[in-house]
Design a binder for this molecule. Structure first.
Ligand SMILES: Nc1ncnc2c1ncn2[C@@H]1O[C@H](COP(=O)(O)OP(=O)(O)O)[C@@H](O)[C@H]1O
Ligand SMILES: [Mg+2]
Length: 444
């Protein structure tokens, strides 16, 4: 990788916030008096300590995101680099440090430790209305932002109509921005950030504001910016937007980088966070394997077409679930089956083995692998859990019954042919089938 095609390089970046100490309440008069006497010294110490970090062990191993002695590591030891023209998503829960990272990259706040280097003109959209002067009109703010980005008046004038058309605030162009609704502000801010030809576009959660049509417009615009070879760094909680837009994803948690990699894989891992089952379970020791008189479970796997074991699937991809088991005593008719639940514990469906070769046929002793294929475009986005069962028929006797034995995550995207299509919001529901629609039109 040649050094000159790196757009953003972040090395060992940390940011500490010193939280104001909470005032202690006194229960007794004497205590109150004592604290009054002490307070000037204490307040001075508090004031000083809000701005200095001499007492913080910067190289130490205080866990990131943890508060110790009113110190909060909003970011701790984060490193990554982004190539020119890459569209990179940054994901993570609330308080993960995403906004702090974007603020440091936009030079709004300095890092406590570590370094960043940025090659290219940055335009960022961090919070609704940042970068706007409230007393200036929409028109004046567009020019102000252009100047800040180092553009000539002529260049801004050339882009002006596009910005106005995109933001849909034409009627309010000569109104001070402080009179704008938050929706109008974010529309104008996005239009400015995206159209003033930045080399690096940094966007924080813009899709959380605004209606579906606006979200769609932003997505398309960011896609264009990426395709024009410019760099985009994009924070969002909207996972389908992230997987559709981004080549690569960086996952932050409590100020630290958990992992980074291809968008769909990392989003899938993020969705399965805290889920302590995996895509593959094996019982190596037969004595501890779930078993009945006639059958014993040995392995359960979630597989892609072709056989690769993985827990991450695009919504249009088929998911294979395999159980590998031994028939201990021959002569019984067996019925392997799975139950699939979603992350709310709702049973999505039950599927029974109807393989014609074995249906109602007694099975000889030996080792079997039974696989079921869940078609693409059926399950909705999110984590899913598998219950693996096998019973004998005539009489019906359970052999094994393992709840949440394996899990997998379905990630959405905005490809044509999915239930969502280009709709950016989440589609509720237990399933998300891509169904055929027909419309008849009659001119009256
Ligand atoms: N100005 C600040 N002062 C003190 N703590 C802050 C400040 N800004 C952010 N934090 C804290 O830093 C952590 C990371 O915040 P943030 O970067 O906003 O996370 P995210 O955008 O991922 O939700 C949070 O615990 C937050 O409370
Ligand atoms: Mg944030």
């Amino acid at each position: 990788m040649s050094k000159n095609n790196i757009a953003v390089n972040v090395e060992d970046l940390s940011k500490i916030y010193r939280l104001g100490l909470k005032e202690q309440t006194s229960e007794h008069f004497a205590e109150m008096l004592w604290s009054f006497v002490r307070s000037p010294v204490k307040n001075f110490r508090k004031y000083r300590s809000l701005y200095t970090f001499d007492d913080v062990d910067l190289a130490g191993d205080t866990a990131a995101g943890e508060q110790s002695d009113s110190i909060l590591w909003a970011l701790k030891g984060v490193s990554f680099s982004v190539k020119q023209g890459e569209v990179v998503g940054i994901i993570g829960g609330n308080g993960a440090g995403k906004s702090t990272l974007l603020k440091i990259l936009s030079r709004i706040t300095p890092p406590t430790r570590g370094s960043i280097s940025i090659h290219g003109r940055v335009s960022s959209l961090l919070e609704v209305g940042t970068g706007f002067h409230p007393e200036l009109t929409g028109r004046e703010n567009v020019f102000l932002n252009g100047t800040i980005l180092g553009m000539r008046r002529k260049e801004v004038t050339r882009k002006f109509d596009e910005i106005v058309a995109f933001s849909d605030v034409e009627k309010f162009l000569d109104t001070p921005v402080k009179r704008y609704s938050s929706g109008m502000r974010v529309r104008l801010a996005f239009a400015v950030a995206a159209h003033l030809e930045p080399e690096i576009l940094i966007v924080d959660e813009v899709l959380a504001v605004g209606d579906a049509a606006f979200q769609q417009k932003c997505m398309n615009k960011m896609q264009d910016v990426g395709q024009e070879g410019r760099t985009v760094l994009f924070v969002s909680h909207n996972m389908p937007a992230v997987t559709s837009l981004c080549d690569r994803v960086i996952w932050l948690d409590h100020g630290q980088k958990v992992t980074e990699g291809p968008a769909q894989e990392i989003v899938g891992k993020y969705l399965l966070e805290g889920v302590d089952t995996t895509a593959h379970r094996v019982w190596k020791d037969s004595s501890s394997a779930p078993a009945g008189e006639f059958a014993r479970l040995r392995e359960v796997r979630v597989v892609k077409k072709g056989g690769d074991v993985t827990g991450h699937y695009c919504i249009q991809e088929p998911v294979g679930i395999e159980m590998e088991y031994e028939v201990l005593k021959g002569g019984e008719v067996m019925l392997p089956h799975f139950r699939i639940r979603n992350d709310n514990g709702i049973l999505v469906f039950v599927t029974l083995d109807h393989d014609p070769e074995w249906y109602q046929r007694p099975r000889p002793a030996g080792r079997y692998i039974s696989t079921v294929w869940i078609p693409g475009n059926l399950l909705n986005e999110g984590p899913h859990f598998v219950e693996c069962n096998l019973i004998t028929r005539h009489p019906e006797a359970p052999q094994f019954h393992e709840v949440d034995v394996v899990s997998f995550a379905i990630t959405g995207n905005m490809e044509p042919g999915t239930a969502r299509g280009d709709w950016p919001g989440r589609l509720k529901g237990i399933v998300s089938p891509a169904l055929e629609w027909e419309t008849q039109y009659r001119k009256e």
